[in-house]
Write a protein that binds this ligand. Structure first.
Ligand SMILES: O=C(O)CCC(=O)C(=O)O
Ligand SMILES: [Mn+2]
Length: 221
């Protein structure tokens, strides 16, 4: 069943009407669920992510052109997304050689709720934004099947999210993502250019030392 029709979640799909949750707002074809996760759910996710980071430590990625990225990252799942001089890719091991830990059930529950149970994500990319970190406009296009959406979860400090169309250099729109917001890039927006301009330090108390965590769930192959 299609998740999106005309750029909006289909009313026949769970993503169109999550039970007892806020409805989606259309953000240039992406579906934004403001305040999707309550405070307790956000706290439980952070606890589970501590376990992920203990098993697969955050690392400092470098672009294929040798530029350090300002976020630190790790992954959970069958694959992790990595970048270094060899390029952007999914890898079945952490750069240190260890296994990626499983995706916590608290994270998978969000996917089940909004995308369904036909297929679960293979990768949960974890990005950590300290003060000053950002992410340039890019497409998520290292996956095999773009009919599966990318589901993104924001935790901690607010972030200025920018989204354009499927061509580089087109018009963009931006909005603040807050802790607990969930965003789905699917349908016509699956290959939309998007990025994070900046975070707002101190805007959330969820993470004791501040900063922002973003999770993106992806079906890889
Ligand atoms: O931090 C975000 O909200 C977006 C992250 C992102 O686009 C990515 O990891 O590909
Ligand atoms: Mn992305």
């Amino acid at each position: 069943m299609k998740i999106f029709e005309n750029g909006r979640p289909s009313p026949d799909h769970p993503a169109g009407r999550p039970a007892g949750r806020p409805a989606a707002v259309d953000l240039r074809g992406a579906a934004l669920y403001p305040g999707y996760l309550g405070a307790d759910e956000q706290g439980a996710l952070v606890d589970d992510l501590r376990g992920v980071v203990a098993a697969a430590p955050l690392f400092a990625p470098v672009t294929p052109w040798g530029r350090p990225m300002s976020v630190r990252m790790t992954s959970a799942g069958r694959y992790g997304w990595v970048t270094d001089r060899r390029g952007y890719r999914y890898a079945d091991r952490h750069p240190d050689g260890g296994d990626w830990p499983p995706i916590p059930d608290s994270v998978l529950a969000i996917w089940r709720d909004l995308v369904g149970t036909d297929r679960l994500p293979d990768c949960c990319l974890v990005n950590f934004y300290a003060d000053g970190a950002r992410m340039g406009l890019h497409q998520d296009r290292d996956e095999t099947d773009f009919s599966w959406p990318v589901l993104s979860v924001s935790l901690g400090d607010d972030a200025r999210f920018r989204i354009g169309g499927t061509e580089r250099g087109g018009k963009t729109a931006s909005t603040w993502l807050h802790s607990g917001d969930v965003l789905i890039l699917g349908g016509a927006a699956r290959l939309a250019y998007h990025g994070i301009d900046r975070i707002a330090p101190g805007s959330s108390t969820l993470l004791p030392k501040g900063g922002r965590i973003n999770l993106t769930l992806r079906v890889v192959d």
